[in-house]
Structure formats: structure tokens, C-alpha cells
Design a protein around this ligand. Structure first.
Ligand code: HSE
Length: 340
């Protein structure tokens, strides 16, 4: 079965997805009978379109063009077309939304996703903002049209957290908390291990492509808060991003880190919600060095899910570009094919 995919957003994640499809497309086809054809990639100035689907070599090439320049790539580039015109040209089955997250308006992702659904395309997101702001509207629109919206890449994108939460159908989830932002965890790890300041550590995190385009979204807890909203919505809880108490990591100094280390503790930027009280938070916490979360370092994320049956802990990669790209591809396969 062929699946025509339009990739909207062509930064670190969009490019990693294009490369992954080039390199692992045949594996997916062999295992699941799904041939993922990327028919277009779109950035802020235009697109590269190939209605019959790019070859692997073409995808590798287009993923190397400079930022915001795919429309200049020969011979498939087109500048300045509306999303409607792009849809008319390539008729995608699946819309991959990987534009940057914007927690004020949700745009451009929110309009893109609603448009995709109106045109009968299934949607796969790594951009968290549309879901964090308008989860019910998006799901309602998809349901009304018999379409699928998948977003495994949005929370702990490198690990199957969304799948795990969805699988707990008869459990009563009482509390979810953990480390849901790789950038701040990486910064804190460098601050503890190398005793460098937050600004210097942030530059290294940015170089690894894991920080948001606007890194204050990581530092000020917006990214983790959006992830809490998505997890809560999966559990049927009406948590809104505005209702989450956020404390920025920027208030944590090297002196605080040294003081914590002297007390055999570490500082982590922890996010969570209590499903019973509705309380939700993102804040720096000082944790004893024998606690589970204190040992989760670098780009790793961790989730603790407390339920009436037992508690679960998932530790794994958050959303680096390569891991996020795998989740996007997994979601496409789960929409369109799969053995079970
Ligand atoms: N900026 C995010 C993070 C990317 O650092 O976790 C993955 O969601």
C-alpha cells in the first residue's frame, strides 16, 4: 500500500524524518507492506514537491539544503504557494506537522492541522502546540471525518510513553510526573557534572538540535507543560496549559547546584499532575541522589505513572530529531498498516 506524505516544517525534525524515510522506507515496506512516499516538504518560504514521491537519494539531497530554502532546490522547488495549492498538487494521505510550537496562538500548526483534516488527510504531529491548545477541536474534527490523528512524537518522542498511557485502559491513573524536557535535563546535567552556567550549557543543547526553535519554551517550562496537557487529555482529564504552575529553570544558579551537590542531592526540572486534585506543575526540585529521577541524566526523559494497580516507570530518550523521526514513521505505519 502506498501512503502519500506531506511534511510541513523542515527544521531538525522534518529533515531527520526525510532522511529516516530514505534509509528505513524499505524496511517498513518489507515488514508492514506500507510504502511511505514523501510527496512534498514544506518550509516557511515554500516547498519541494514531487507528486510521484521522492526517491531515497532525492530525500537525502533535499534534507541538506539550507534552512528555509527548499523552494530554491532544483528541480522540484516552488516558492510561496498556499497550503491549499500544495494539497491540490500532491494530494497527501498523511500530513506530518513538524512546524515549531507556538503556545500563544498555536500557529501555524493549528491551522495547518485543521486544514489537513478538512481535506481528508490523516495527521501525525511532533508539534505539540495545536494539541496542547485545541485537543478537543482537533480530535472532534478527525472523528467527524473518520480520520486519525497520531502524536507519539510529542511526549517522550523517543520512547513509547503515549502508547503505554493509552494501554492503561482499566487502570485508575492517580498521578503522572517526571522529566519531560530533554533540553533542561541536559543543561542541568552539564551544570552538575561540569559546573558550568545555564547559558553556556544551553548552547551545547541547542547544537544537538533538541532545544525548541525558541529555547525559552524549554527553559520556562512551556514545552513540559504542553506535554502534561497531552498526557492528561489521553486520560480524559481537562487540563489546560494556562492552569499549570510553571517555574522557570532560569532561576537555578550554579550556586544552587553546588549547594545541592553538597547535600548529596541534585536539581531536576520536574513536571507532573495529580489526576485527582487537578493540580499540575513544572518546577525545579531538589532530589535526593538515591531517587529514581535523580539518576536520569543528559537527553534522557523519565515518566512515573502511579495507578491503583501499580506504578510504572519509563526511562528513555525524549525527543531528539532522530528519535522523533522514528515516532513519526511509526505513527504513519500504525495509521495505514501493521501486523496487529
Ligand atoms: N525541546 C524538546 C525537549 C524537544 O527538549 O525535550 C522534544 O520534545
Amino acid at each position: 500500500m502506498d501512503v502519500r506524505v506531506l511534511v510541513v516544517g523542515f527544521g531538525h525534525v522534518g529533515r531527520a524524518f526525510a532522511r529516516l524515510t530514505a534509509l528505513k522506507g524499505s524496511l517498513v515496506e518489507r515488514r508492514f507492506g506500507v510504502r511511505v512516499k514523501i510527496v512534498g516538504v514544506v518550509d516557511s518560504r515554500g516547498a519541494a514537491l514531487k507528486p510521484e514521491g521522492f526517491s531515497g537519494a532525492e530525500l537525502l539531497k533535499v534534507s541538506e539544503v539550507p534552512r528555509s530554502s527548499v523552494c530554491f532546490s532544483e528541480p522540484y522547488g516552488v516558492c510561496g504557494l498556499s497550503l491549499k495549492s500544495l494539497y491540490d498538487s500532491v494530494q497527501p494521505d498523511v500530513h506530518v506537522e513538524v512546524t515549531p510550537s507556538n503556545y500563544v496562538s498555536g500557529e501555524p500548526g493549528l491551522s495547518n492541522v485543521m486544514f489537513a483534516l478538512s481535506r481528508g488527510a490523516n495527521v501525525v504531529l511532533a508539534n505539540k502546540a495545536p494539541l496542547a491548545l485545541k485537543f478537543d477541536d482537533i480530535m472532534g474534527s478527525a472523528r467527524a471525518r473518520g480520520l486519525k490523528v497520531k502524536f507519539r512524537a510529542t511526549v517522550m518522542g523517543g520512547s513509547p510513553l503515549i502508547d503505554t498511557v493509552l494501554s492503561l485502559r482499566s487502570h485508575e491513573v492517580k498521578k503522572v510526573y517526571g522529566i519531560f524536557n530533554a533540553t533542561t535535563n541536559y543543561i542541568l546535567t552539564l551544570m552538575h557534572e561540569s559546573l558550568i552556567g545555564l547559558d553556556e550549557a544551553l548552547k551545547t543543547a541547542q547544537a544537538m538540535g533538541v532545544a525548541e526553535a525558541d529555547p525559552s519554551l524549554d527553559i520556562d517550562g512551556w514545552d513540559a507543560a504542553a506535554k502534561l496537557v497531552i498526557l492528561a487529555r489521553l486520560l480524559g482529564l481537562k487540563l489546560n496549559i494556562s492552569g499549570i504552575a510553571r517555574e522557570s529553570l532560569s532561576k537555578v544558579t550554579l550556586r544552587d547546584v553546588v549547594e545541592a551537590l553538597k547535600r548529596n542531592s541534585v536539581i531536576k526540572h520536574v513536571a507532573g499532575f495529580d489526576a485527582l486534585s487537578g493540580e499540575a506543575w513544572v518546577k525545579p526540585e531538589t532530589l535526593s541522589s538515591d531517587s529514581v529521577l535523580s539518576k536520569v541524566n543528559g537527553l534522557l526523559n523519565a515518566a512515573v505513572i502511579e495507578t491503583d494497580v501499580c506504578d510504572y516507570i519509563l526511562i528513555g530518550k525524549g525527543g531528539g530529531p532522530v528519535e522523533t523521526a522514528h515516532s513519526l514513521l511509526d505513527d504513519i505505519v500504525s495509521i495505514t498498516g501493521g501486523l496487529i
